[in-house]
Write a protein that binds this ligand. Structure first.
Ligand code: URC
Length: 301
């Protein structure tokens, strides 16, 4: 049976690019981790060690840094589109380019009650992400943008139940009508097209997701996630699909009975593992799926 080369891609992973805008006294900072990956006519490199069609990963790295100045780094979505289109349009042997970005957020400090011009503390709330896939050339070219965040830790201390579940011979869990619900949320959404106000959409979608988590009386994390996704899709026509990965960060009521102390959902053990892991996709039924857009290169976004 012949042995053949299968799907392959290559690029420079995790370029840590920091861009400071310093044209005015009040500086701006963008802090990203960007990865590039190219697919195309690269069989020769694998089969014969022929590099004549291989743009070095080092060149991809240099482009990522240079584009932070040449094209700007205002939003990670626009920057990733610039980079991806550049590789697909100008590098002869490239059929498709994938750009994945994590953005580390910074919050301006205040000094003497005034926001400081050029000092920040790292903002711990979430890591913003984007993954752009460019396929083809010229009029046949397609661009797909997935944006989102990860590591958004969110907790509600009531307004959450888990009861009425299927039970078998191994079920010990007691149903509850009042529990703590917490997760460290990964949310990624796929846009229809690229004509989007990236920052406004990001902030708007994130706000909707958080508000729904807070206000929905939850019967399960699964239901909460579905309703969060539905609310975002209802509010934003530009969204085709949203996917969540949500570890259920269990908070178990701690047994204080041995000490004669009453515990009415007041003291918990925040268990770190194991955790329930809920993965949900919410989408517009009529739109075509885009499996390539979800084919992660680094696994970071
Ligand atoms: O929201 C939940 N969904 C589950 O599927 C589940 N399973 C479990 O033990 N606790 C929970 N909570």
């Amino acid at each position: 049976m012949p042995i053949v080369l299968g799907p392959n891609r290559y690029g420079k992973a995790e370029n840590r690019v920091v861009r400071i805008y310093r044209d005015q006294a009040r500086h701006e900072i963008r802090d990203i981790n960007v990865s590039t990956a190219l697919r195309g006519a690269f069989a020769g490199a694998h089969l014969f060690g022929d590099q004549s069609q291989v743009l070095p990963t080092d060149s991809q790295k240099q482009t990522a840094y240079s584009f932070a100045k040449e094209k700007g780094l205002v939003t990670i979505e626009a920057y990733a589109l610039e980079l991806g289109r550049h590789f697909a349009d100008t590098v002869e042997y490239v059929d498709s380019a994938r750009i994945e970005v994590e953005e580390f957020l910074w919050q301006r400090v205040s000094a003497g009650g005034i926001e400081h011009d050029h000092t920040w503390v790292r903002s711990g709330q979430e890591v913003r992400t984007a993954a752009v896939t460019i396929e083809g050339h010229g009029d046949d070219q397609s661009a797909t943008v997935i944006a989102g965040f990860k590591d958004l830790t969110i907790l509600k201390s009531t307004g959450s139940e888990f009861a009425g579940f299927y039970e078998d011979g191994y079920t010990l869990l007691e149903p509850t009508n009042d529990r703590v619900m917490a997760t460290s949320l990964v949310a990624q959404w796929r846009y229809v097209g690229t004509d989007v106000d990236w920052n406004a959409a990001y902030e708007g979608i994130k706000t909707i997701l958080i508000e729904k988590f807070a206000t929905l009386h939850s019967l399960a994390l699964q239901q909460t996630l579905f309703e969060m996704g539905k609310a975002a899709l209802e509010a934003y026509d530009s969204l085709a699909e949203i996917r969540f990965v949500a570890p259920n960060k269990h908070h178990f009521v701690y047994n204080l009975e041995p000490f004669g102390v009453e515990n009415n959902n007041e003291v918990f053990n925040a268990d770190d593992r194991p955790y329930g892991l809920i993965q949900v996709s919410v989408l517009r039924d009529e739109l075509p799926a885009a499996p390539a857009a979800w084919d992660s290169y680094t696994g970071l976004v």
